[in-house]
Design a protein around this ligand. Structure first.
Ligand code: KE4
Length: 429
């Protein structure tokens, strides 16, 4: 594969945009090398600026579950754009998407649209604090809920009392209200609940985690979390920015059989345009301005182009529910193929998979939380990433990300992916 044009474009971008990118993970810092500049995409394929064709396993980090440039979405956006791009006034299409999303997702009566997953999670936390009158939240090490201050927190020195910022610019004042627990570790939650009795507004979690690679919740953990939140009067927030409309029409709530108190969405709900959302029962959502006192707003929230893209996407998923099983089957096929090759070549690995989310970790030990995910051999991962890229397979450029399959992927594409791994496996030992 040649990357001259991507290299030239990256050099120029770095002169005008910090790191040459508008989101850090795109810069290939975790794997080294020059990021690939994409020119266009269709279905399962990316066409980069150097004329390379790549099979895409990130689907724009999740949104493009039906593949790139999905016709009904494209047509809906073009048709809407001809009638204006934004009004700052209510439009019918916002209600259409709200009604459809609410009909697909359990346990929500109302939904508010915003412009990103970060905004959805940030707003959900504020609403939870406003509704409960409490300040503290619990999140889990390794879970990512966007870049709002309250979420950029590492375990503080007194880990059971408060967090500490893990980015400059986040104040100690903010960090003290974010408590950090360990994924799949109920004891770590109980310790925080005991030390902060009556002060916790919400627990926010990725119900199936995708930001440590893919991490699957143990049944006792995720059900235990629900029980504790119910007992303590704490709101359980499912961050379904990744899992929403991907694991099934009803997302993780449906496939795990657990009702959250608040749910956040992003990615798929916008069909590839900037949409985030947060939703709950009316009793909670009616605390939001202008109905209630909790303020939240946005110039482009409910933007008609983005709503049209989301409506076309959710309509397609709603009308073709078999897609979720089709995606899960393809992901299982990929899993089995990769597993056979890595086993044949004696490469230490773990593969975690849930629905159409999957990740490969180069470690002997099961990957059940951030600490075990961090034990993966990153040098091997870098060889794996670049080796597959050179064979025309585009994987997430970080070991701490999940793959997001799209239903445009064919079994022939997956066979090609497995053969690509077979050809590079000897270098991975
Ligand atoms: P955005 O603000 O990036 O739309 O959503 C933030 C967010 C919230 N919650 C979860 C579970 C998420 O995965 C995300 C964003 N996901 C990353 C991928 N790990 C987006 C990719 C990026 O940061 O460029």
């Amino acid at each position: 594969m040649k990357y001259q044009r991507s290299s030239a474009l990256f050099k120029e971008a770095q002169r005008y945009i910090p790191g040459g990118v508008n989101s850090p993970v795109r810069a290939f810092k975790a794997v080294g090398g020059t990021p690939v500049f994409v020119k266009e995409a269709k279905g399962a394929y990316l066409y980069d600026e150097d004329g390379n064709t790549l099979i895409d396993y990130i689907s724009s980090w999740g949104p493009l579950i039906l593949g790139h440039a999905y016709e009904p979405v494209i047509e809906a956006v073009i048709e809407k754009a001809r009638k204006g791009t934004s009004f700052g006034m209510p439009t019918e299409v916002e209600t259409d998407l709200a009604k459809l999303a609410i009909s697909m997702v359990p346990n929500i009566d109302k939904i508010r649209f915003v412009n990103s997953g970060t905004e959805a999670c940030m707003s959900a936390i504020r609403l939870a604090r406003g509704y409960t009158g409490k300040d503290k939240i619990i999140k889990f090490a390794g879970c990512y809920h966007g870049h709002a201050d309250a979420f950029l927190i590492a375990a503080g020195s007194g880990a059971v009392t408060f967090g500490s910022p893990n980015s400059p610019g986040v104040t100690a004042g903010t960090a003290k209200d974010t408590l950090l627990a360990r994924y799949n570790d109920l004891e770590s939650v109980d310790t925080l609940l005991k030390a902060n009795k009556g002060d916790i507004a919400a627990v926010i979690i990725e119900p199936v985690a995708g930001n440590m690679g893919c991490i699957i919740p143990e049944d006792s953990f995720i059900h235990g979390l629900r029980e504790r939140c119910t007992q303590e009067g704490i709101l359980l927030i499912f961050d379904e920015v990744m899992t929403g409309f991907r694991l099934g029409a009803g997302g993780a709530q449906e496939v795990l059989g657990i009702q959250a108190d608040l749910v956040t969405f992003g990615k798929v709900i916008g069909g590839g345009l900037p949409v985030g959302a947060f939703a709950a029962r009316a009793a909670i959502m009616d605390h939001l301005a202008p109905e209630g006192p909790v303020y939240q707003a946005g110039t482009l929230s409910g933007n008609p182009l983005a709503m049209s893209a989301g409506l076309a996407m959710l309509t397609a998923l709603h009308n073709q529910p078999a897609i979720f099983q089709s995606l899960a089957d393809k992901t299982q096929y990929l899993h089995e193929g990769l597993q056979n090759v890595l086993t044949e070549h004696g490469v230490p690995y773990q593969i975690n998979r849930f629905g159409s989310m999957i990740s490969v970790h180069f470690t002997q030990d099961p990957v059940i939380d951030f600490e075990s995910a961090a034990k993966g051999n990153n040098e091997t991962f870098k060889k794996y990433f670049h080796g597959m890229l050179n064979k025309g397979i585009y994987l997430p450029p970080s070991a701490f990300e999940s793959y997001f399959l799209n239903d445009a992927l064919s079994y022939a594409d997956i066979d090609k992916t497995i053969e690509a791994l077979r050809s590079i496996a000897p270098e991975l030992k």
